[in-house]
Design a protein around this ligand. Structure first.
Ligand SMILES: Nc1ncnc2c1ncn2[C@@H]1O[C@H](COP(=O)(O)OP(=O)(O)OP(=O)(O)O)[C@@H](O)[C@H]1O
Ligand SMILES: [Mg+2]
Ligand SMILES: [Zn+2]
Length: 327
């Protein structure tokens, strides 16, 4: 099965967090044990010095057999004394070994030989389930989740029009539908409405992709540059889906780090989807002028000519909710 690169990246991130938590915990235990039994610190230091000798000896090659055997013997001696000291102080023999959530791969996610470990696979499946439930939640509640009571006065009139245009877009979704640009400040419901649209169109049986710009562009990059064949194949599949699906919702456009590569990736998305008559919803905080400054003129002119703008107005709903909580 091909893996979704974005979900895999998130799963790897979770594993990396787990790994560094465990490393901190290992360190903490080691310091505690050293403090109680200082002789153990000296034994460990002697052991590491021996290890360095050993590596140096192997490096020189030649007639070192006898010295290597001697080093081996002393290493075993040190290990035995360490185990004895641990036992005498009431610790289990492996008390100074690293702490791992998964002893099979030591929290690296891959086994020797490159096969994916079951712990990383489990994290990946959890990410996938989470993503699905977020979209199907939006699907279940539909546009009811979008509350016009969040906006006041004239803003509400604007948002009423925005909402009804989005509903109409979903109702009449077809080859001659317009493309949409969601434009407005932070915390005004753009992502929420984008999810509602994506879920409703998917429910109607169309193929849909919902991506953030950052993650979409990194799929383009991974497909091109990744040395990990699993990752680049998964990325390639995502890129194809983004280009081929009947509706693409691209969220947070303009938050990605802008490079010649991301600019040409956006051009490719916009241009190839227009040519194929596939519909796209772009979501951004940027104004027209900012879009023009950031992206290629060919991209900007296609957006200006072929997209209907839905304006988002109001007070940052995240901030409003925060204020209410403290009142
Ligand atoms: N019309 C609405 N009805 C109910 N909840 C809303 C509405 N608009 C926004 N919210 C809630 O407010 C929060 C921010 O909304 P959202 O993430 O959609 O904002 P955004 O416009 O995408 O912001 P940003 O530009 O920072 O990405 C979310 O928790 C969202 O569920
Ligand atoms: Mg958003
Ligand atoms: Zn593992």
């Amino acid at each position: 099965m091909a893996l979704d690169g974005k979900l895999l990246a998130r799963a790897r991130e979770r594993l990396a967090q787990r790994r560094s938590e465990n490393q901190r915990e290992s360190e903490r235990r080691r310091r505690e044990i050293y403090a109680r039994v200082p002789a153990l610190r000296e034994l460990d230091a002697a052991y590491h010095a021996l290890l360095r000798d050993y590596i140096a000896l192997v490096g020189t090659g030649g007639e070192q057999e006898a010295r290597l055997r001697e080093t081996d013997r002393r290493a075993e001696e040190l290990m035995a004394r360490k185990a004895e000291l641990l036992r005498a102080n009431g610790y289990p023999a492996e008390a100074l070994d690293g702490v791992y959530g998964c002893p099979r791969c030591q929290d690296l996610g891959y086994l020797p030989g490159g096969r994916m470990c079951s712990c990383l696979r489990a994290l990946y499946e959890a990410e996938r389930a989470g993503e699905q439930s977020r979209l199907s939640e939006a699907g279940d509640r539909g546009f009811d989740a979008f509350d016009l009571g969040c906006y006041e006065g004239k803003d509400r009139d604007v948002m009423e029009l925005t909402l009804s245009t989005a509903r109409q877009f979903v109702r009449d979704f077809a080859a001659d539908s317009p493309n949409l640009l969601f434009q407005g400040g932070t915390g005004l419901g753009k992502t929420l409405l984008g999810r509602c649209v994506a879920a409703a169109v998917a429910k109607a049986g169309f193929s849909v992709a919902f991506e953030t710009a950052q993650s979409a562009f990194s799929a383009f990059e991974e497909q091109r540059f990744s040395r990990d064949p699993d990752l680049s194949a998964a990325a390639g599949e995502r890129v194809r889906h983004m280009l081929d699906c009947e509706l693409l919702v691209l969220d947070d456009l303009g938050t990605e780090m802008s490079t010649a590569f991301t600019q040409s990736a956006l051009y490719q998305i916009v241009d190839s989807r227009l040519n194929a008559g596939r519909k796209t919803v772009l979501i951004t905080n940027l104004t027209d002028a900012e879009l023009a400054a950031r992206y290629l003129p060919q991209t900007v002119s296609r957006i200006a000519g072929e997209y209907d703008t839905l304006v988002f107005r109001g007070r940052d709903i995240r901030a409003v909710r925060r204020e209410r909580r403290y009142r």
